[in-house]
Structures are given as structure tokens and as C-alpha cells.
Design a protein around this ligand. Structure first.
Ligand code: ADP
Ligand code: MG
Length: 334
């Protein structure tokens, strides 16, 4: 008869890492979102070897106090929610308190942080006491040698260029969502993106290209409880793949069938089925109207009023395209 026993904390975290830490890009996502939640105005990312060798993110946010550094690396420890009520109207990117614990279980992880008002910084590594360190402000999270202790997972890593491409995409999502934050990305010592804080349109142009912006219409719709803003391409800029489709809900990049369908329907009359529009769209609504706690990576969402959301997005995009004359132009070409 097999005996039941409790798993060690490390193993529990390594199991959880299976969901949270799929690849270097998922580590980058979690650390970037933590910097955003910390109120950073500037974030600097350094990657080595597609993020497998190293992911280092420096921010100028609120920092972590010395006595809370060990907690930051613990599972189910967070500064972002305290009650069920908080969970139901969460406004931060994170709230599950599990990312750093999961990351630290599968990579050599260090945090150096200087809390607001502290006389100097502290550095911690998992399982150790904090040690005094030097840092002007904010936090540096350093994640090295991903999966060094879990060889089975390391086998699933793709080539350096593929892993870098995923990291780059993750960086772009955060950069599109937060044009107000200055962001930099370097890979193997080479600067790939240097983005000063800018108005939304300038940030979109920097990341999607001037060409996209010239062939896109601005979407602006406000129904009080639902608001949609952003840019949607005209048919002339359509693409063979869905690679340039970004949808954000309350600042969070999501992949959602309902939203994708609403946009596709808006293009149904003007775009051939094999062609795909490019868009960057931001939907804002009361956090209580959307459940983001569907999956650890929070890339899926559930809307309380999904029909109303679908209708709103569909009409907003279709109206924008119709006003631009895209619909009529397409009819003339037919
Ligand atoms: P969550 O983001 O869900 O709270 P994490 O494991 O990602 O969980 O982080 C745990 C805690 O560590 C956060 O709640 C936050 O208090 C702190 N933290 C992590 N990264 C930073 C950062 N860059 N700046 C300030 N605090 C941070
Ligand atoms: Mg987090």
C-alpha cells in the first residue's frame, strides 16, 4: 500500500511552475507586470541567450522592504489583495502571489530592492537571509539559468532566436499597454527597443510601424460602462496571419475568442476570409464585470455580460471602418 505524504515546498513550487513558467517569455511577463504594479516610470530589460541564460529587469518602482523580501519569494504571498472583495475588483496585473515562488523554484533567482525611504538596498536569494546591497531606487530581479534543476523541462525550450521572439512579443504587449512608461529591451548586450514615455499613438507607431498607423483608423467608443480605444487597420493593410492583433482588457493583454470574433465580424463585409486585420484595441470596463482569475497566466478572461461586450466591440469597430469609407471602397472593388 503506498503511503501518503506532504510534498516539499520546493516540489510544490516546481509543480506550480509548470503552469506559470512555460518558457522565458512567461518569466519576463511576470517580472514586467510586477514592475508595472510597483508603479515604475522606467523599466529596463536585459536578456541573454533568448532569456534562458538570463532575464534581468530593473525598475524604479516602490521597492520591497527588507523584512518582506523573503515573503515576496513565498507562495501565496502578495501585497495586492487581502480579501475576496479585492479579488473580485482587482486592478493590478498580479494578485495570486505565486509567480516569484514558481520562478525561484526553477531558476537561480535574486531580488535586489530599495524600498521608498530606505537608507540602502537589500538583496535576497531563495532560502537565504537578505544582505545589504547597492541600488539607487526600485527593484532589480535577476533570473538566471532557467530550468537548471529541472532537465525534463529544459528539453522543451526552443532555439535562442525562437525564445527571444517570444520574449520580444511579451515586451511589446506591455509596451503597447503602457505608453506612459519608459521601456528598454536589450538582447545579448544589443539594444532592441528604446521607448521613451509617449502618447499612445506614438507608442503604437514605434512598435507596429508607421505604415500600420497610416493604414489604420482610430477607434473611439464610449458607452459609459464600456469603453473601446485604439487603432484598427483598413482592408488595404490586411495580412495573411493574425500576427498583428493585440487586444487588451483593462490594460491586460488577452486572447479571447469572443473579442476576436466581434472584431472579425466587423470586418466580415470588407475583408476576404483568408486575410486578417491588424489592430491594437483597448477595452476598459468595471473590473467587477470581468473575471481575470481563469488561468494562472491570466491571458483568458470571462465577461459577466459577454453578449453586451460582443455587441459593443462589434459596433464600435464596424462604425469606425464605415466612417472611414472602407466599406464603400471595398464594395466598389468587388
Ligand atoms: P503577485 O504579483 O501576484 O503579488 P509575485 O510572486 O509576482 O505575486 O510577487 C510577490 C510580491 O512581491 C508582490 O505582491 C509585490 O509585493 C512584491 N514584488 C514583486 N516584484 C516587485 C517589484 N518589481 N517591485 C515591488 N514589489 C515587487
Ligand atoms: Mg506578480
Amino acid at each position: 500500500m503506498p503511503h501518503i505524504h506532504r510534498l516539499s515546498d520546493l516540489l510544490v513550487n516546481q509543480i506550480a511552475a509548470g503552469e506559470v513558467v512555460e518558457r522565458p517569455a512567461s518569466v519576463l511577463k511576470e517580472i514586467l507586470e510586477n514592475a508595472v504594479d510597483a508603479g515604475a516610470r522606467a523599466i529596463e530589460v536585459q536578456l541573454e541567450q533568448g532569456g534562458v541564460r538570463r532575464i534581468r529587469v530593473a525598475d524604479d518602482g516602490c521597492g520591497i522592504a527588507r523584512d518582506e523580501l523573503a515573503l515576496a519569494l513565498e507562495r501565496h504571498a502578495t501585497s495586492k489583495i487581502a480579501t475576496l472583495d479585492d479579488l473580485e475588483r482587482v486592478g493590478t496585473m498580479g494578485f495570486r502571489g505565486e509567480a516569484l515562488a514558481a520562478i525561484a523554484a526553477v531558476a537561480r533567482t535574486g531580488i535586489t530592492s530599495r524600498a521608498e525611504g530606505a537608507s540602502h538596498a537589500w538583496r535576497i536569494e531563495a532560502g537565504r537571509e537578505p544582505e545589504p546591497a547597492a541600488l539607487d531606487q526600485g527593484t532589480v530581479v535577476d533570473v538566471a539559468d532557467l530550468y537548471y534543476n529541472t532537465p525534463a523541462r529544459r528539453k522543451f525550450l526552443k532555439t535562442e532566436s525562437t525564445e527571444f521572439a517570444h520574449c520580444d512579443d511579451m515586451f511589446r504587449r506591455v509596451a503597447l499597454a503602457r505608453p506612459d512608461i519608459g521601456l528598454q529591451l536589450a538582447h545579448n548586450g544589443r539594444v532592441i527597443h528604446r521607448l521613451p514615455p509617449s502618447p499612445p499613438a506614438a507608442r503604437v507607431a514605434a512598435l507596429m510601424g508607421d505604415d500600420f498607423l497610416q493604414h489604420a483608423r482610430e477607434v473611439q467608443a464610449d458607452a459609459g460602462i464600456l469603453r473601446l480605444a485604439g487603432f484598427a487597420s483598413l482592408p488595404a493593410y490586411s495580412r495573411a496571419s493574425r500576427d498583428a492583433q493585440y487586444f487588451f482588457v483593462n490594460g491586460r493583454f488577452v486572447r479571447d475568442k469572443l473579442l476576436a470574433h466581434a472584431v472579425r465580424e466587423a470586418y466580415a463585409d470588407i475583408l476576404h476570409g483568408a486575410r486578417h486585420p491588424a489592430y491594437v484595441l483597448f477595452l476598459e470596463l468595471d473590473p467587477a464585470g470581468v473575471d481575470v482569475n481563469v488561468h494562472p497566466a491570466k491571458i483568458e478572461v470571462r465577461f459577466r455580460e459577454s453578449r453586451a461586450v460582443h455587441q459593443f466591440v462589434f459596433h464600435a469597430v464596424r462604425r469606425t471602418l464605415a466612417e472611414s469609407g472602407a466599406g464603400r471602397a471595398a464594395e466598389l472593388h468587388a
